[in-house]
Design a protein around this ligand. Structure first.
Ligand code: ACO
Length: 336
């Protein structure tokens, strides 16, 4: 950990999911699959999807309002907005700019998006840590929101079973009491594995030059490669993050992982030797909501009494890139 950074406090966490539910049985209307196949391989029973003109900006706004309400920080005191967006409704204006406007954040504070797929929230936390740590900004809103359901290929039963829509948000601020809520954090990428999960932006060259190959705008995924990569990389990596925090796995109260596949979550659980009560999983009801999955699991875990605040947790995520990241954090009372 870099020394002499100003300490960061996680002040508020919120989430939002759309109302429309698509069950595994519903998916049998689209292709040859079954609830049994999907549930045994992924742990997913249903997922939420946007409907009509609802999109990631709407979800992100609600998650942000919930996080801000919990944080006790006034909207007008937010001085930077970062969105972790990989499947937003528009490439630009940035999701963060849309959310800044929706919330009415004054003073033209900076707003920008980061793309690290499902690791986006941990990446955003690392960036916010640097910005607050250096004293550049004081109160940063982090929003992770994606409408994956508009971009998956609903004819591809290998990938569309996995994804759902949702948003999560963190408000982080300089810790006036000097207690840092980030006990360790690290983010990584291996761009050479980009072909494991990708989504192209379709376009055509200027008509005066040779045409480029045409591409679609759908999520392509080699599920087996992603699975193998994650179960071989993440467990060792989490060990390192815990060591960086100067702790042991037993010292930490919860594992709150990215919700991509129940079997991947179980591989991490086994490595940490955690009982079920220490592992927060809600993939059954939401599928993979990208970077939003960690805050959704955290806040819902608190609402359902599975997560007690005044505790510590390992947050870890992975996604297209391939990117991955983990943080050991303090979860103070009242943050959600
Ligand atoms: N229903 C029924 N059969 C299916 C389905 C389905 N929904 N999907 C695939 N199959 C079939 C395949 O056609 C194949 O049949 P075949 O053997 O006759 O060719 C067989 O099942 C096995 O297919 P695999 O793709 O090898 O299945 P696998 O056991 O690997 O499970 C899965 C697929 C669930 C996608 C798994 O690989 C996985 O979860 N991987 C991790 C993916 C992940 O975490 N992605 C998120 C990344 S985060 C981000 O950034 C977006």
């Amino acid at each position: 950990m870099i020394k002499n950074l100003r300490p960061l406090r996680i002040a508020g966490v919120g989430y939002s999911v759309p109302d429309a539910i698509i069950t595994n049985d519903d998916l049998t209307k689209l292709y040859d699959t079954s609830d049994e196949w999907i549930y045994t391989r992924t742990g997913i029973k249903e997922r939420r999807v946007v409907s009509g003109n609802e999109n990631a900006v709407d979800l992100g706004e609600k998650a942000a309002r919930n996080a801000i309400a919990k944080s006790g920080i006034k909207i007008e005191d937010i001085d930077c907005v970062i969105a972790a967006a990989s499947a937003p409704p528009q490439l630009y204006p940035a999701l963060s700019c849309n959310i800044q406007t929706r919330l009415g954040i004054p003073n033209y504070v900076p707003a920008f998006d980061m793309t690290a797929a499902c690791s986006g929230l941990i990446y955003a936390l690392q960036v916010a840590r640097g910005l607050i740590g250096a004293g550049l900004y004081k109160n940063i809103l982090l929003v992770a929101s994606d409408n994956n359901s508009r971009l998956v290929d609903w004819e591809d039963r290998g990938s569309s079973i996995l994804f759902g829509d949702g948003a999560g948000a963190f408000v982080v601020t300089e810790a006036e009491d000097g207690v840092d809520d980030i006990l360790s954090i690290d983010v990584r990428a291996d761009g050479s594995l980009g072909q494991y999960i990708y989504m192209n932006i379709p376009g055509k060259n200027c008509p005066l030059v040779d045409p480029c190959d045409e591409t679609d705008a759908k999520i392509h995924m080699s599920g087996r490669d992603v699975y193998k990569f994650v179960v071989t990389t993440l467990p060792n990596y989490i060990d390192k993050c815990i060591e960086d925090a100067g702790m042991t796995a037993e010292d930490i109260d919860y594992l709150i992982p990215h919700q991509a596949n129940q079997r991947i979550i179980e591989a991490m659980q086994q490595r940490l030797n955690y009982p079920d009560e220490k592992v927060i999983s809600n993939i059954k009801y939401y599928g993979n909501t990208s970077a939003a999955s960690i805050p959704i699991a955290l806040v819902e875990g608190v609402e359902q009494g599975k997560v007690k605040l005044g505790s510590t947790a390992i947050l870890c995520g992975f996604g297209a890139g391939m990117t991955w990241g983990a943080a050991v954090v303090r979860l103070r009372d009242g943050i959600c």
